[in-house]
Design a protein around this ligand. Structure first.
Ligand code: BG6
Length: 477
């Protein structure tokens, strides 16, 4: 679809998200000539001139873009402007002079400013679609719990309509997450086996070696459950479990995702321990270096009970998934960085051959460290005996030209095209909070279990597993 001319207005243009992720994505889109008639206006409190803003961007692009090209930068910099101001309607109103019609407002701001920014933009009349479209991008977290999410919704909708709101979950821009859909719905053989008759369990893991990275202000308020599970992993979960859609469009897809989330069995407040485990990294060894524990990290209050690891077990009460546990977990300072959806199939009913004892197949969608889909199957061991051995059928997903790509490019292009397929609808957000709210409540007391940095997470995670199920580890590959 051709992209109409538009202006991207970044609120919070001097911040971290803008320099690390947004501008590198914009730079690559310019390089690929995907944004023909496009301007960008940075808006922030810093009293900078447009030249200072350009200098800051150039320095950061050189750091974050491999093989920085001066030609691409020359092409991009002519389209960049800067305006200094606060999030008041009076200041924001000045933006109108810099817009020609279509405008995409990106709130690259700390979440506590989302309400104010959305309301002030509206009060300044910038949401009005008089001579062109007006859209607003916000990025998770969408609230801190169910009631604050409802409050945020009210504030966003004071001026903006749902068709103008683009709630980013950057995982939906990832190649493998999209491939979950394509692989399932483009292959006839998948549908008959994608159900509780054939699938024993699903494990969705996002393990990171990274620690706090100086983000203590945000992270200590959030914790792993809010930072990763409520949004990224819940989205992957819903996409893994959805019913086939009849047409590929935003409404259908989002409706089907909501239906999955609505069917998730509620976790009773007094049984949270059976369904959720929390952990917090202590000191340990990462890459041969000693690293401090979470409580010793700069800025973390000594009263903190924030978890850096969270695992939950969910059941979907519908015909397709009755009785199949979905295990979701994410942790910081883990042994290795890997993100995957691993689906275990039930074993064959009879063991006919010697060799491997557990003949259950695994289908694994890998996002990190590299993108691929793998099927662990069994085949004959070469030789005179009829014996089985595991073989891995693997597709590599990242082709050369795709390496220079991030989820943000996909999402910026989608938002500019007005395609909401990869953005969240409000009811998805609310359902995800409903599922996790009892856990959040239970975790306002007690402390997470400590695990050493560089380990596989807290020992307690094992208690979530149904009989015969074990958490996969990087060594299982
Ligand atoms: C972000 C979280 O949303 O996702 C971070 O706030 C996390 O804590 C990051 O590290 C992981 O994203 P990715 O794309 O690096 O896997």
């Amino acid at each position: 679809m051709p992209i109409e001319p538009f202006t991207l207005v970044i609120l919070g243009a001097t911040g971290d998200l803008t320099r690390r992720l947004l501008f590198p994505a914009i730079y690559r889109l310019i390089k690929k000539e995907r944004l023909p008639e496009f301007k960008v206006v940075g808006f922030a409190r810093e009293d900078w001139t447009p030249e200072q803003f350009l200098k800051h961007l150039e320095k950061n692009l050189k750091e974050f873009v491999p093989n920085f090209s001066k030609d691409v930068w020359d092409e991009l910099k002519g389209r960049i402007d800067y305006l200094q101001g606060d999030l008041t309607p009076e200041h924001l109103k000045q933006l109108e002079e810099k817009l020609d019609g279509n405008a995409l407002f990106y709130l690259a701001l700390p979440p506590q400013f989302f309400d104010e920014a959305a309301i002030s933009l509206g009060a300044a009349g910038l949401h009005r679609e008089k001579n062109g479209w007006r859209r607003l991008i916000i990025e998770k977290p969408f609230g801190w719990d169910l009631s604050s999410a409802q409050q945020l919704r009210k504030h966003l909708h004071k001026h903006w309509k749902e068709h103008q709101l683009f709630r980013i979950d950057h995982f939906l821009g990832k190649e493998t997450v999209q491939n979950l859909m394509v692989f399932r719905f483009a292959n006839r053989f998948m549908e008959p086996i994608w159900n509780s008759a054939n699938i024993a369990q699903v494990q969705i893991t996002a393990a990171e070696t990274l620690g706090l990275e100086g983000r203590y202000k945000y992270y200590d308020q959030a914790g792993a459950l809010r930072d990763m599970l409520q949004n990224h992993l819940m989205q992957i979960f819903a996409l893994t479990a959805i019913e086939p859609v009849s047409r590929w469009n935003a409404d259908n897809l989002r409706q089907h995702k909501v239906e999955v989330l609505q069917s998730v069995r509620s976790i009773p407040l007094d049984r949270v321990k059976e369904f959720a485990v929390r952990g917090r990294y202590g000191a340990g060894e990462m890459d041969g270096k000693t690293v401090p524990g979470y409580m010793e990290e700069e800025g973390v209050p000594h009263t903190s009970r924030t978890e850096t690891f969270a695992a939950v077990k969910l059941y979907i009460d519908n015909w397709r998934w009755e009785g199949v546990p979905f295990y979701l977990r994410s942790g910081k300072r883990m042994k290795e960085t890997y993100t995957e959806v691993a689906v275990q199939f039930k074993e064959v009913p009879t063991q006919l051959f010697d060799g491997v004892e557990d003949l259950s197949n695994w289908l694994i969608f890998r996002m990190k460290p590299a993108e691929s889909i793998e099927l662990v199957a069994y085949a004959k061991t070469p030789g005179l005996n009829l014996e089985t051995r595991p073989v891995v059928l693997r597709t590599e997903l990242s082709r050369k030209e795709e390496e220079d790509f991030s989820a943000y490019e996909q999402l910026l292009v989608d938002a500019a095209e007005g395609d909401q397929t990869h953005f969240l609808r409000y009811d998805e957000v609310e359902e995800a909070w409903r599922i996790l709210d009892p856990i959040l409540k239970a975790w306002t007391r007690g402390q997470p279990e400590e695990y050493p940095s560089g380990a596989l997470g807290p020992n307690g995670q094992g208690r979530l597993m149904d009989p015969g199920h074990y958490w996969r580890t990087p060594e299982d590959d």
